[in-house]
Design a protein around this ligand. Structure first.
Ligand code: FES
Length: 452
């Protein structure tokens, strides 16, 4: 309608028009320029351990079969029959050696290769046409700590290039032990009436909203609750926010300060190993601590023991939450979860919640992590219900004749600055959380939408 990207993403004034949340043409472009180009989370390989196991997931509005082939590899194929466009797999999960389309019977292997069509002797497809050309369309796949990512951008950046500087920090959560992670039950899903960018930009590390919207967590004692530790003095409001040009970010928060709200834990003068034994980061038992040193660099382990990455996001649509739940007797339980905000139209998003524990962790620890996740970051958890109150209301406002021209404001900017002694790379923002990481999220959005 003559509106340019610069009318919507105002890089001079650091504002974004509310119209980005409802514009249908913009949404169609996002599907092509963002969701057909970037790496998207589809699940975890522990969901499909055996050959033939499959799950059906969505890469935005493209439905895909994620399957383990006879070769043991994970394959991601578009769930659209190349014959006449029917969905080939109508289930959600299971095990099949052959996926057969119900419409005319074309059959495919778990890796997407075409096997054959009925009545080939009568010169139906598979007889005159090269079978190699009749398979399902295949996405490029990468496993990261067992997480399954895929992209349609087969010639684009590798997964590691796409993660960029944030990988150093994400490795501390997802690639830290020899055993790897396992999913705690199937992912929880629910649908919200809002555009994917409402939760998307919040997952660009909006630390500020926790002060108000999630205040009940602090007042209720879940995150501590004394006069010194709630509101703007809370340890969760200060730290080092890390971001990068790809739009990913993580908030690194001093674990020691959080723990001191609950118990007098003697961290002073302790080695990295001793601090880890006191903290027991969520999912890590004392037995696993040597594995951290095998899988991470000394600097990464030292960060995990002092100022671990805790909340943030991977562009375009993933929230990362590593929740410490200190106990009054020292040590902690907690949660490790990922949310994918999958677009289902300009005004609808499916919230897919993955909950993790370390593989072969004690059963009690897995139960504790599952419970903590469900209470906090699960679909019925306190944190997500707070957010789900706000997001659809922002959408309502984005439709008003006058209110649609209001802007989202990102003018509380620090500028990046490297704290003394900080080892990891990335754009670093120490101190009280501000708008920088979320503004970087919008700049990454702008760059992809502006690309030819
Ligand atoms: Fe699948 Fe015809 S549409 S076999």
């Amino acid at each position: 309608d003559g509106t340019s990207l610069d009318d919507l993403i105002m890089r001079e004034s650091n504002e974004v028009s509310l119209r980005v949340m409802t514009d249908e043409e913009l949404y169609k472009l996002e599907m092509e320029k963002i969701f057909a180009k970037t790496w998207l989370l589809l699940g975890h390989e522990s969901e499909i351990p055996e050959a033939g196991d499959f799950i059906v997931r969505d890469m935005a509005e493209d439905n895909v079969i994620v399957a383990r082939g006879q070769d043991g590899d994970v394959h991601v194929s578009l769930n659209v029959c190349p014959h006449r466009g029917m969905r080939v797999c109508l289930g959600e999960a299971g095990n099949k050696r052959v996926h057969q389309c119900i419409y005319h019977g074309w059959a495919f292997r778990p890796n997407g290769d075409f096997i054959g069509a009925p009545v080939e002797r009568e010169k139906m497809h598979g007889n005159d046409v090269d079978k190699k050309t009749l398979g399902l369309k295949k996405a490029r796949v990468h496993l990261y700590g067992g997480l399954i990512f895929a992209t349609w951008n087969v010639d684009g950046p590798s997964f590691d290039e796409y993660l960029g500087d944030i990988k150093y920090y994400m490795d501390q959560l997802f690639c830290r032990t020899n055993r790897g992670l396992e999913l705690l039950g199937p992912p929880q899903r629910f649908t919200l009436p809002c555009n994917w960018k409402v939760p998307g930009e919040q997952s660009g590390s909006d630390g500020f909203h926790t002060l108000t919207l999630h205040r009940s967590l602090m007042e209720g004692g879940v995150m501590g609750g004394t006069a010194e530790t709630i509101y703007d003095q809370a340890p969760g409001m200060y730290g080092v926010d890390v971001s990068c040009e790809q739009g990913h970010s993580l908030r690194c928060l001093e674990a020691e300060k959080t723990f001191k709200m609950f118990a007098d834990v003697p961290f002073e003068g302790k080695s990295t190993r001793e601090r880890l034994e006191l903290l027991t980061p969520p999912g890590i038992t004392k037995d696993m601590i040597p594995e951290l040193f095998e899988n991470l660099t000394e600097d990464q382990v030292a960060q995990l023991a002092t100022i671990p990455p805790q909340v943030g996001g991977m562009f375009p649509n993933i929230l990362i939450a590593f929740i410490f739940a200190p106990r009054t007797d020292g040590g902690s339980s907690g949660a490790l979860s990922l949310h994918a905000y999958v677009p289902k139209g300009p005004d609808k998003v499916e919230f897919v919640n993955y909950l993790f524990a370390e593989k072969d962790a004690p059963e009690q620890m897995k139960r504790d992590m599952l419970q903590n996740s469900i209470w906090n970051t699960g679909t019925s958890g306190v944190i997500e219900q707070d957010d789900a109150d706000v997001w659809p209301v922002i959408m309502k406002n984005a439709r008003g004749a006058v209110s649609k021209d209001m802007t989202l404001k990102y003018q509380a900017l620090h500028g990046h600055e490297r704290p003394e002694g900080w080892v990891g790379e990335g754009l670093l923002y120490p101190g009280f959380t501000k708008d920088d990481t979320q503004w970087n999220w919008w700049l990454a959005y702008y760059d992809l939408m502006d690309a030819v």
